[in-house]
Design a protein around this ligand. Structure first.
Ligand SMILES: O=C(CO)[C@H](O)[C@H](O)COP(=O)(O)O
Ligand SMILES: [Co+2]
Length: 229
């Protein structure tokens, strides 16, 4: 099933992925309904352990609860020190793709290989200061690369344009890899990210700090459409 969901992420084309980090957790079902009505095709879930990053969010019960209320692909961003410890429970909870941070692991090739065996999409993420060369060993084993445009850990940070260079380099060398960007994406930064070859655009503040999610997502999609690709 998760491989189907990964295909749904590919088939969606350039897409805005709302990050539930900044949503109203007191009304998750309402938030899902509003996002679905706004045309959301993939959800981005930020899992933080208070160790790899200095922030703590949520784990399997929330992923499982979301899965019971939506068929949308769940793109899970693991900002945790020991991704393999939680990979299987996350897959069983309903994750469609699991993206680990290359900075968190000793052997990224092994981690990517073990996640792949779970039947979910495999992603690797890197923070702004991490060089692309750190991905060399695991790139042949992943479906997507998540290029961070802020330091992982918090929503609402300013966009770091170093991500654009990384996206352009990856797009050139790996035309079929799914490329995702996360952090400080809004209607001004999303166009340059699309022009650099990005497919999936994670957005927190620029959706959840607006009253009208449909209007916010439409503005972001218009900026993607208008990008100089
Ligand atoms: O991974 C993340 C933070 O580490 C979030 O996905 C990201 O910060 C989204 O929020 P914003 O659009 O406000 O930057
Ligand atoms: Co994220």
């Amino acid at each position: 099933m998760s491989q189907d969901k990964l295909q749904m992420m590919r088939d969606a084309g350039p897409s805005v992925l709302p990050s539930l980090l900044l949503c109203d957790f007191g009304d998750l079902k309402g938030e899902l309904d509003r996002l679905r009505d706004a045309g959301t095709q993939v959800l981005h879930l930020d899992v933080m352990d208070g160790h790899f990053v200095p922030n703590l969010t949520y784990g399997m019960p929330i992923v499982e609860g979301l899965r019971r209320h939506t068929d949308l692909p769940l793109d899970v961003h693991l900002m945790i020190s020991d991704p393999l410890h939680y990979a299987r429970p996350m897959a069983e909870a309903g994750a469609s793709s699991l993206t680990f941070h290359v900075e968190a692991v000793q052997d990224a090739e092994q981690v990517a290989g073990e996640i792949r065996e779970l039947g979910v999409g495999v992603g690797v993420a890197l923070n702004p200061e991490t060089p692309l060369s750190d991905l060399d060993a695991c790139l042949p084993l992943v479906d997507l690369v998540l290029v961070m445009s802020v330091d992982a850990g918090f929503g609402g940070q300013a966009f770091n344009p170093v991500a654009l260079e990384k996206l352009a380099t990856l797009r050139e060398s790996h035309p079929h890899l799914l490329l995702e960007i996360d952090g400080g994406i809004n209607s001004e930064t999303i166009g340059p990210a699309r022009a650099a070859g990005c497919d999936l655009f994670v957005v927190g503040s620029a959706i959840f700090k607006q009253h009208d999610y449909s209007a916010a997502i439409s503005a972001l999609e218009a900026a993607i459409e208008g990008a100089n690709v």
